[in-house]
Design a protein around this ligand. Structure first.
Ligand code: R5P
Length: 264
């Protein structure tokens, strides 16, 4: 791996643990001002000290992220469809790698929609982005998006989608946790991080997902709603960090959450 590529990867994935807690705040690119992310600066600021990477679009980066904050940026560079459409798969590349370099991003992220009407388009978008990214030493993350079809998230489908993302050159893949997640990990030659998906009922559910994903071989999370939609986002991200970086149990993470509820 070239120095620039290697340096960018190790800014996001902490060399001490080989793991990463990425904070996902890129939802507005198709959801608009979704609840608790209406003012991205307000949501992100208290969480930055606990995030190994911050995932945003260039619009949020320029307008809501202080350039003095010391956090690597994972720049969302695909889009073109809104939540108002039934089919969310019709995405294009919306931000160039040159712009990502100008914004000092650590990596660029693009969704792929395997098995949808726009499968080929999204995969070719990924391959093109990888070509450009490799030229500049910029790692590309493939995101195995399922649009509104959340029921698609099983091991067979996710293993296929992750493997295709890696085969097309993604240096890291973001996917969903599922039963038999180790099968998804085994089939992927590149590291996997998991998203959280819609807000879950309890903190324990979230910590259990993170714990199970790590046990099965994920290297971390790229999680949003289950952190910042919680009433105590800082307590939540601290609990998640303990699991990801220190191998804490679900019970220990819950204890950390309870102890930190007053902090935000
Ligand atoms: C979709 O908006 C993005 O890919 C999110 O970054 C991803 O879904 C992770 O966020 P969450 O944990 O809220 O699902």
């Amino acid at each position: 791996m070239d120095w620039g590529m290697s340096n960018r990867m190790s800014r996001m994935i902490k060399p001490e643990s080989g793991h990463s807690v990425m904070l996902a705040c890129d939802h507005g690119y198709f959801m608009g001002p979704t609840r608790k992310l209406e003012d991205p600066h307000k949501t992100i600021e208290p969480l930055v000290p606990y995030a190994d990477t911050l995932a945003v679009t260039r619009g949020v980066l320029r307008n809501s992220v202080d350039p003095k904050w010391d956090v690597p940026i994972l720049l969302r560079v695909s889009g073109g469809v809104s939540i108002l459409k039934d089919d969310l798969s019709d995405e294009e590349i919306t931000t160039s790698i040159k712009e990502a370099v100008r914004l000092n991003a650590a990596a660029a992220a693009i969704s792929i929609f395997v098995g949808t009407a726009h499968e080929k388009q999204s995969l070719v978008n990924l391959a093109r982005l990888v070509d450009e990214g490799e030229e500049y030493g910029m790692p590309i993350m493939a995101i195995t998006a399922v649009g509104k079809e959340l029921e698609k998230r099983d091991a067979k489908y996710l293993a296929l989608a992750c493997r295709i993302g890696a085969e097309l050159g993604a240096r890291i893949v973001k996917t969903y946790y599922c039963d038999n997640f180790s099968k998804v990990v085994e089939g992927s030659p590149v590291p996997l991080v998991v998203a959280g998906g819609p807000k879950m009922d309890t903190e324990e559910d979230v910590f259990q997902l993170v714990y199970s994903a790590m046990e099965a071989g994920a290297i971390g999370v790229d999680m949003g709603r289950n952190i910042w939609k919680n009433d105590y986002p800082v307590a939540m991200i601290k609990g998640i960090r303990a699991i990801v970086h220190e191998g804490a149990t679900v019970k220990e993470a819950l204890q950390i959450y309870r102890e930190n509820k007053g902090t935000h």
